[in-house]
Design a protein around this ligand. Structure first.
Ligand SMILES: NC(=O)C1=CN([C@@H]2O[C@H](COP(=O)(O)OP(=O)(O)OC[C@H]3O[C@@H](n4cnc5c(N)ncnc54)[C@H](OP(=O)(O)O)[C@@H]3O)[C@@H](O)[C@H]2O)C=CC1
Ligand SMILES: CC(=O)N[C@@H](CCC(=O)OP(=O)(O)O)C(=O)O
Length: 347
């Protein structure tokens, strides 16, 4: 068995990590670490995790994290670099935060307003690379992994097939995506949730300023092999979980609708978690809840010569914790799908 410590165990992403790890056949759950809630019973923080109810939250210190084979970090941005520096080089560290996702230090400084910690292998196994192969090629055996942001996962998987097949113009990409409130973490204020979020759809970070913009561009640039620019607008939706990303891009001249469908079919034919829906069916957040699935659909707006691609994920599963477990599996040389649900919860 492989021992795993979870830092940020009292948060939403930490709770989802533990839910998945409880069903993983090769993992033994070690220490559960937290910040302000150190000393609390896990059952009081996450009542849905009954098998771990009597476990006590421990401080997030290097000496508590060390001694485990795998360290899963689900902490606020900026906390990972110092902690990781104190850990053995051969421990597998998988970071759900943003600190090590971007390759461009200038983009990091612009969007995060802090020094760039560095770049780790990027945890999107399905992302087609311009050089051939997929993101997973860099994750097998990795000792450090940066788990993607939830919006970049949905948008990247919606559009990457068109960019890697050279079908789309790189300069006119528009994305609008809606997220459930758990995307904001437990810190989202209760009065906002009750009075203002529930019962309304609310755009935020409008005008190209959301910090996932450079990460979305980075992923599509990797797929295209040339710089891709994206106009991205996120929206907060009155639901606990789920992301629905709707992305449109201009087709290069002369590209036929059948070529578009073929590119998406070829890209996802063998992907265990990406399900390209039958033509005419559209992704819905409810269909992927609690699973590591990505539902994708694509259509051509023939009048305007644009592709419209839609992806749905559960932001806490494929958008964070499921991706972390998928990367952990690859890093450890295990079957990539171990411990990861491929069925949702309905209704
Ligand atoms: N929610 C989502 O959909 C996604 C989240 N992520 C990323 O995952 C990470 C965690 O997010 P999320 O779970 O939503 O956030 P939460 O706010 O729900 O949880 C944050 C966790 O970090 C702990 N923590 C906070 N400050 C410290 C500290 N100084 N030292 C030790 N522990 C600390 C908290 O512990 P305590 O409560 O005890 O203080 C809590 O366990 C973030 O980097 C986030 O960006 C990534 C993709 C999607
Ligand atoms: C609804 C909501 O607020 N969502 C978060 C994204 C969560 C995520 O992916 O997290 P990272 O912070 O790890 O990049 C946001 O827009 O900031």
């Amino acid at each position: 068995m492989t021992s795993v410590v979870v830092a940020g165990a009292s948060g939403y992403a930490g709770g989802e990590l533990l839910r998945l790890l409880l069903g993983h056949p090769r993992i033994e759950i070690g220490a559960l670490c937290a910040g302000a809630q150190v000393g609390a019973r896990l059952g009081d923080v996450h009542p849905h995790l009954s098998p771990l109810a009597d476990r006590i939250l421990e401080p997030t210190r290097p000496e508590v994290l060390a001694g485990h084979d795998v360290v899963l970090l689900a902490l606020p941005h900026g906390a990972s670099a110092e902690l990781t520096a104190a850990l053995p080089a051969d421990a597998v560290v998988v970071d759900c935060g943003a600190d090590f996702r971007l390759t461009d230090a200038r983009a990091w400084a612009e969007f995060y307003d802090s020094p760039h910690a560095g770049t780790w292998p990027y945890g999107l196994p399905e992302l087609p690379l311009a050089t051939g192969g997929r993101g997973r090629d860099a994750l097998r055996g990795a000792r450090r992994v940066a788990v993607p942001g939830c919006y970049p996962t949905a948008v990247g998987l919606a559009l990457a097939p068109g960019f890697s097949a050279g079908l789309l113009e790189p300069t006119d990409v528009v994305v609008v995506a809606a997220s459930g409130t758990s995307g904001a973490g437990k810190g989202l204020q209760a009065h906002l949730l009750g009075a203002e979020v529930m019962g309304s759809l609310s755009p935020y970070a409008v005008g190209g300023v959301h910090r996932h913009t450079p990460e979305i561009e980075q992923n599509l640039t990797v797929a295209a092999g040339e710089p891709v620019a994206v106009s991205f607008t996120p929206t907060l939706a009155p639901m606990a979980r789920g992301i629905l990303a709707t992305a449109t891009a201009r087709l290069r001249p002369g590209v036929a609708a059948s070529t578009v469908r073929d590119a998406w079919e070829r890209t996802y034919a063998d992907e265990p978690f990406v399900h390209l829906l039958r033509e005419g069916r559209w992704p819905r957040t409810a269909d992927v809840l609690g699973s590591n699935l990505v539902h994708v659909q694509v259509a051509v707006d023939e009048r305007l010569g644009r592709v419209v691609a839609v992806a749905a994920i559960d932001n806490l599963t494929k958008g964070t914790a499921g991706a972390a477990v998928q990367c952990l599996n690859l890093a450890l040389g295990l079957d990539e799908t171990l411990g990861l649900p491929r069925t949702g919860v309905a209704p």
